[in-house]
Design a protein around this ligand. Sequence first.
Ligand code: UD1
Ligand code: UDP
Length: 359
Amino acid sequence: MSDLVMHITGARPNFPKAAPVIAALSDRGVAQKLVHTGQHYDDNMSAVFFRELGLPQPDVNLGVGSGSHASQTAAIMTALETVVLEDRPALVMVYGDVNSTLAAALVASKLGIGIAHVEAGLRSFDWTMPEEINRVVTDRLADRLYATSADAVAHLGNEGVSADKIRLVGNPMIDTLLAHRDRFDGSRVRDQLGLSGRYAVATLHRPANVDDPAALTPLVAALSAVADEVDVVLPLHPRGAARLEQSGLLAHPNVHAIDPVGYTEFLGLVAESALVVTDSGGIQEETTVLGVPCLTLRPNTERPVTITDGTNQLVTPASLPATAAKALAEGRPTTWPIPPLWDGHAGERIARDVVSLLD
Ligand code: UD1
Ligand code: UDP
C-alpha cells in the first residue's frame, strides 16, 4: 500500500487552506502530490497564491477550466480518476466546499481510497447554495473529517457521522493568515487609488447575489449608500464582474473597482480597513481574526462562529446602509473574541493525525 497523500485543490479559497497542511506534512517527511484541477486559472485567482504562500507548484494541473456545475464536476472527475488510478494514494485530501472538492471526493470514494476533508461540518442549511450540496456530500463520503469549530462537529454528529472519524483541529486558513501577517501590505493599491483616509473593502461573488439582476439591484443601491459615507475598494471576482460593471455602481465616485489582488495585498487592504462588506466565506473568518467589522450580505452563514466569537453580522440590502453607518461610527473593536483553536497550529494538528492514519 502506498504512503502517498494526494491533495486536490482548484479554486482560490482552497489554496490558503491547503498550504499549512502541505507544509506540516512536508516537515514530517510524508510523500505528497499536489493536484490543481484548473477550476480557477487566472493568475490573480490561482498562481499568485502559489507564489505568495510557499505552496509547491502543482505536480499535475488537470486544466478543466470553467463550465456548468455538471460539466465542470464531470471534467474534474474524468481527469482526476486517471491520476488517482496511476498513483493509488493512501489518502486523498480535499478542502472546503467547491466543485473540485466534491468531484475529488466522488472519485476517491468509488476507487476505495481514503478521503480526508479539511473544513468538514460547516452547514448553512441553505440548499440553494451549490457549496452546501458539495459540503454535505463530501462529508458523507469522507473517512476523516477535520472541523474548524465546535458547531461543525455537532452538525456531523447530528448527521450520524461517527465521532471517531471527526477531529476538531482549528482553522488552517487562519494558520496562513497568521504566518503571513507581517507581509500584509495594501499600500500599493491605496496609493494607486489615492486613498489616504478611512475606507471599506467589499467583495461579492455568490450566485444568489450577482447572477440574478433582481437580487443585484437592491444590493447595488445599498452599496452606493455605503459609498456615500466612505470610500469602498471593490476587488471584482470574475463571477458577476460584468453585471456589476453594467449596474452603474462603479460610476459612484467613492467606489474603486479593481481586479482581484493577491493574498498579501488583499489582506493588507482588509487589515487596515474600517469595514468589510462581503458574501465570501473565508473573508468572514479572516475579518474575525483581524478584528475588522464584517457585514455579510447573505441570509445565513455556515460560519456562525464568526458571529458569536468574532466580528461578523448578517445584513440584507435593506439593513446594510444603517448597519454600516453604525459600525463606522463605533469604530473597530479594541477587544473581541476569537474562536478556540484558531491559533496558527491547525495544519500541524491535521498533519499529526494524517501520519497516524498512514501508520
Ligand atoms: C467558486 C466556488 C465558490 C467559491 C469561489 C471562490 C463552486 C461551485 N463555487 O465559485 O464556492 O466561493 O469559487 O472564489 O465551486 N472565472 C474566470 N477566471 C478564473 C475562474 C473563473 O474568469 O480563473 C469566471 C468564469 O467565467 C467562470 C466564473 O468565473 O464561469 C465562475 O467560476 P467558478 O469556478 O465556476 O465559480 P466561482 O463563482 O468562482
Ligand atoms: N482573496 C484574495 N484576493 C481577492 C479576494 C479574496 O486574495 O481579491 C482571498 C481571501 O482573503 C480569502 C480567499 O481569497 O483568503 C477566499 O476567497 P473567496 O471569497 O473567493 O472564496 P470563499 O471563501 O467565499 O469560498
